[in-house]
Design a protein around this ligand. Structure first.
Ligand code: BGC
Length: 482
């Protein structure tokens, strides 16, 4: 399944009118945000270098974390599993029924994780999660189980795994900053909270959402090579040969392949190649994790709106946008001056605008940011800026896919890539723009869409966690009978 996103309607550069100062400003912005084919190739090449580094030793910016998920799926995996998904905007509890032959059913409940929980003590967050699991089990009539239910915990942050159900959180990302969690095992912290509440559940697998996405895609597409998340955050996982994982110290495995959680959001934190603009630097400096996750900050949903806002406010400060002679109080710019007020969802809607005189763009700005009486010239500038930021994200994201495919030598044979996340699913033309960049990066492939098959892997976190719990059981059996 391709993404469900609408088409983006791009603004022709020749249609950008305005004063000579405005035009000069726009020209400069276009230059800064446009990444040509040569530059894309350099980013992809550096990505491949960093992948190798990460496989060889600890401490590389692309961490390349072995997931302890060994071997491939058969597609016959069956059973009932509980999955928990923490790491994006919501917390989800999912009951997954794997039916074999790549088919599954899910029932789930979703709740929002408040800013207070994201920034408070980890104990409070775990207690809240345990409460949500408890309520869900009651709703499903599963609260009085004799046997403990196995739970796959999709915890979508950089965790250095030490077993399939053990690991240590190295750092928070995506606006989370709970105290008492970094350096600790998220499984033990959650298991303690479940015990405190007498919830009959055993956390049997710890899964990154990208690993889950890869597995859920592979459940019915055996040629799956990688899983990506392009949502609030960004990251990828792929299948690597054990012999290439130079730093592996985990002993004998049950297969010669293992899934690697790349943690590529941190790609180029050293600033060697990413085409960072002053707007990216501003965002980074003002974020709760400066100097970290630089690639993620250029390509994921949590940040694109803020980059766009940084450009818009810069234009406003230079009196090149929203200059209103009759209104000197600047009261109208209050909302857009607020950090994070320009959501990536607004960009999505603006990019899909095909209305006459940009009426829809004007309406979005009016309703959400109290920017009244936007002129058509201004609406065009704003739409163009959204396009530049959105397109750059898709093109840079494509570099990671090209790097994985080329690193694995999969370009000739072709492969499936499962992708989940709001940006990929809903952002206008995000997928088309990625394909366009991929064909520039791999011109030797004659039909890019048929060879590197991107597809929406819905509910990777739920189904993927269940599948990981299955693989964990299989690995245990294989070891017991070895
Ligand atoms: C996290 C990853 C995760 C990605 C997508 C990043 O911020 O570090 O572990 O896979 O977001 O959710």
């Amino acid at each position: 399944m391709a993404s469900k996103a609408p088409q983006a309607y791009e603004v022709d550069v020749n249609e950008l009118d305005g004063t000579p100062e405005q035009q000069a400003y726009m020209k400069d912005i276009i230059d800064q945000f446009t990444i040509d084919t040569d530059y894309l190739k350099q980013v992809r090449d550096h990505f491949m270098v960093e992948m190798k580094k990460g496989l060889d030793k600890e401490g590389s910016t692309v961490a390349m974390i072995p997931s302890y998920v060994e071997g491939r799926l058969t597609g016959k995996e069956e059973g009932h599993f509980l999955a928990l998904d923490l790491g994006g905007t919501n917390l989800r509890v999912v009951l997954v029924t794997l039916e074999g032959q790549g088919k599954f059913k899910t029932v789930s409940s979703k709740s929002r994780v408040s800013e207070e929980l994201k920034m408070g003590p980890m104990r409070n967050l775990c207690d809240y999660i345990a409460e949500c699991v408890d309520t869900f089990l009651t709703e499903q009539g599963l609260e009085d189980q004799e046997i403990e239910l196995n739970l796959g915990y999709t915890f979508s942050f950089p965790v250095l795994q030490t077993k399939i159900n053990r690991g240590v959180l190295s750092t928070w990302t995506k606006g989370f900053a709970c105290s008492g969690a970094v350096g600790k095992d998220p499984v033990l912290l959650l298991q303690d909270a479940l015990l405190r509440k007498h919830v009959p559940v055993k956390v049997s697998a710890l899964v990154n959402d990208t690993v889950g996405t890869l597995l859920s895609n592979a459940y019915n597409k055996p040629a799956t090579l990688a899983g990506l998340i392009l949502g609030t955050g960004a990251n990828g996982a792929y299948i690597e040969k054990m012999k290439n994982i130079g730093k592996w110290k985990g002993g004998k495995t049950t297969s010669d392949e293992m899934i690697i959680n790349m943690e590529f959001g941190a790609f180029d934190n050293e600033r060697r190649i990413l085409p960072l603009t002053r707007f990216d630097n501003k965002l980074d400096r003002e974020s709760i994790n400066p100097h970290a996750q630089l690639y993620e900050k250029m390509i994921s949903g949590m940040y694109l709106g803020e980059i766009t806002r940084n450009v818009l406010t810069d234009m406003i400060d230079r009196e090149l946008l929203l200059k209103r002679e009759e209104n000197t109080s600047f009261a109208w710019s209050k909302e857009i001056s607020r950090h994070w007020s320009f959501e990536t969802a607004f960009m999505s809607n603006i990019e899909a605008d095909n209305s006459k005189d940009f009426a829809y763009t004007k309406e979005i700005l009016d309703t959400n940011l109290s920017l009244h009486d936007i002129t058509t010239t201004e609406a065009k500038f704003i739409k163009k800026i959204c396009e530049l930021v959105g397109k750059r994200a898709a093109r840079l994201a494509a570099c990671s896919i090209a790097a994985i495919v080329q690193h694995c030598g999969a370009a000739e044979e072709g492969c499936d890539i499962g992708i989940d996340g709001s940006l990929y699913e809903f952002y206008p033309s995000f997928e088309d723009r990625m394909y366009e960049a991929l064909s520039e990066l791999m011109p030797e492939i004659s039909d890019i869409r048929k060879t590197i098959r991107l597809g929406l892997a819905k509910d990777g976190s739920g189904v993927g966690a269940a599948l990981t719990a299955c693989v964990a059981a299989r690995m245990e059996n294989a070891r017991a009978s070895a």
